[in-house]
Design a protein around this ligand. Sequence first.
Ligand code: SF4
Length: 227
Amino acid sequence: MKNEPCLDISEKFFSIQGESTHAGRPCVFIRLTGCNLRCSYCDARYTYEETGNRIAVSRLVDYTSNYPGAIVEITGGEPLLQENVYLLMDRLLSAKRTVLLETNGSMNLERVPQDVIKIVDIKCPDSGMHKKMDPANPERLSGKDEIKFVISSRPDYEWAVNFIKTRLAADPGRYEEWTKNGRILFSPAADRLKPDQLAEWILYDNLKVRLQIQVHKILWPKEARGV
Ligand code: SF4
């Protein structure tokens, strides 16, 4: 339909959620094009190096309805760069879907509906993007949201531990909700840090975080897209 609100989409697919506390669950992914960051370890360059397809928001909602009961993740790139993503979130919530939003931490999260579960990156120094974070975002999260650190090295690990102590633990009630539900995620950067090394550091320090291994990369190691 003419003038229908649309989004630029890199890909949409049905797969197993590979990350977060929802890892392992069947999930509909809607990946938007464009990103305002250039992380050193980015494995989704196609989202900003290639042109996507323009798809009406109503068609995207229809697509998710092919998979009733599955969770829905909106991701990128950086999905909050496109204004109509707010309409998509509203329509999915109205359709009673469980909606996850994966966002890179550089965008103001104030307008994201409360009922959307936000999975927010805090970029560590080795990403090259840690100075691009919106510093007020941790205060905009609720206890049901999740915080993800991708860790490339020991200095990154120590930086993340310090961030937790100084920023995330500042609100004890919310911090307890994050930690008791394992919603602070430590993910080793692929080809940079071995998962068992990160596991040893977490255990040695008895950190209240969740070691996150990307399930989709174990299931389909040769696939770079659509998983
Ligand atoms: S935010 Fe994500 S998509 Fe954007 S450059 Fe970083 S890793 Fe790649």
